[in-house]
Write a protein that binds this ligand. Structure first.
Ligand SMILES: [Zn+2]
Length: 490
């Protein structure tokens, strides 16, 4: 018996040694996927470009759920036309649903598929009562402490105007692109993009126009993006999560007097159902865009983290439980469940027969609206509870995952490394929604990235207080789009 125990102990040691060797070997051979580039000289950007941006920020082109501030959009239109006359005279312009715009810049070589650069001109409202918390008024376009302040400085006039400035710079040098370049600026992204981006995408589809790649907002360059990575992280969204809100209704045959309540009431049953969902989150996984993300980031990390990410066969559980602990990373690895609205009862001493909740789900690629409903029914497992798709929001399946091998990704990767040489580039998954999702029918390669460089904590400023961008970052954004056009036409 002792002999056997000794042998077993030796075997365990041997296995541990072999596993250790594999872990270390995989970490050493986890090679970098970053494109090596020759440093480029930054072009000079005039301070007037920044002044023009501050003016554009002063138009409150707010998307409210119920109405559009038509005057603000009209003023912004006039501003663009007056300020950038070359765009109107040298590019073909088309207005869609009053305020969205498409520009077509004809290329020399008709054999090359065009590319599409997108952004949206509308912004979210400023919460009532929060004005006093803004360091500079949200529509002042003030420059202070090296920052440009105001709604739209991050989301998404930042991209609209840096794209326009980049094109304008090239037009001034009589540059004619090799391939056709389209620009599309929607006016209602913040309320779903139905009249803007969605209509524009339909137009392209009807005309049979297909794009080599489409670039919309999404990922950005973040400092302190994750533990173990010292460099800023530039994330290119390959895909975005799907969206559905489900109505969960507890339906009982009898209501009655609250003085003699039965064991189960509609309100109780509904609460139980929500509790069950909270206790049974969707399974977490590392695959698709997120799997690829770690293949790009892992090799650039400390040795310990390299070992973790190059050995998912052994470490996946540990990594997933770590990612699940933080809201942002949790949303990357699973379909999320967010109860948002409750309704039930009409008087404090009457038992209602019905109680219902709206629960918002953001669906991971690989799952569907249908499979989410199926899962919810299985978890609740009670035929007195009805699960159905609610009319709230736009029901959207997760978008297809664009390739990291395609020309568009390579060009984006190269351009990011040219303009932000210290950054590590990685594909990623966009957990919110962008206009980009409407374009998957006109291109296999829809990417989501804006050349915004900020700290991870600054992402709170999106849709929040004190939205701002560094002046130098705005200049870099112009350089980025100028370079991107040149690189895509080489
Ligand atoms: Zn946006």
């Amino acid at each position: 018996m002792r002999k056997f125990k000794k042998l077993l102990f030796k075997l365990v040691l041997l296995f541990a040694f072999i596993a250790g060797c594999i872990l270390v070997y995989n970490a050493f051979t986890f090679s970098s996927l970053q494109i090596r580039i020759e440093p480029i000289e930054n072009i000079e950007i005039d301070d007037n470009a920044v002044q023009r941006f501050t003016k554009a920020l002063s138009y409150p082109t707010i998307s409210n759920q119920s109405k559009v501030d038509t005057q603000a959009f009209r003023n912004l239109d006039t501003f663009i036309e007056k300020t950038y006359p070359l765009l109107d005279s040298l590019l073909d312009k088309e207005i869609v649903n009053q305020f969205s715009r498409i520009y077509k810049w004809q290329g020399k070589n008709p054999k090359l598929e065009p590319i599409l650069l997108m952004a949206h001109m509308d912004v979210v409202p400023v919460e009532e009562g929060s004005l006093k918390d803004w360091e500079e008024a949200p529509f002042s376009g003030k420059i202070k402490d090296g920052f440009i302040w105001g709604r739209g400085t991050m989301d998404d006039k930042f991209s609209v105007f840096s794209i326009i400035e980049a094109v304008n710079l090239l037009l001034k040098t009589d540059y004619i692109p090799e391939r056709t370049i389209y620009l599309a600026f929607g006016h209602d992204e913040e309320v779903g993009g139905r009249n803007g981006a969605k209509s524009i995408a339909k137009l392209f589809e009807k005309r049979g126009i297909r794009f080599e790649f489409v670039l919309d907002e999404g990922g950005m360059v973040l400092n302190n993006a994750m533990g173990g990575l010292d460099a800023p992280l530039a994330m290119i969204g390959l895909s975005e999560k799907g969206y559905v809100t489900l109505s969960i209704t507890a339906n009982l045959k009898e209501g009655g007097h609250s003085s003699i309540p039965p064991k189960t009431t509609a309100v109780g049953l509904l609460s139980e159902s929500i509790y069950k969902l909270n206790q049974n989150p969707f399974p977490a996984k590392i695959d698709g865009a997120v799997g690829q993300m770690f293949n790009f980031i892992g090799p650039e990390m400390s040795f310990f983290h390299k070992m973790l990410f190059s050995n998912l066969w052994a470490t996946e559980g540990l990594i997933l439980s770590n990612l699940s602990n933080e809201n942002t990373s949790n949303a990357l690895v699973r379909t999320t469940i967010a109860p948002t609205m409750l309704r039930g009862g009409f008087k404090d001493n009457v038992l209602p027969t019905k109680a219902s909740a709206k629960i918002n789900f953001r669906i991971l690629p690989g799952e569907t609206v249908e499979s989410v409903q199926q899962y919810v029914r299985e978890v609740i497992d009670d035929n007195q509870v009805i699960v159905s798709v609610s009319g709230e929001g736009n029901v959207t399946e997760p978008s297809p995952v664009s390739s990291t091998e395609a020309f568009g990704f390579q060009i984006l990767h190269t351009t990011i490394r040219e303009i932000f040489p210290e950054a590590v580039v990685a594909p990623s998954l966009v957990v919110g929604g962008t206009d980009g999702r409407h374009f998957t029918n006109v291109s296999d390669n829809v990417y989501r990235f804006i050349p915004l460089h900020c700290d991870k904590v600054d992402t709170k400023r999106f849709h929040g207080l004190n939205e701002r961008v560094r002046v130098e970052n705005y200049k870099n954004a112009i350089r980025f789009y100028q370079r991107l056009i040149l690189n895509a036409c080489r």
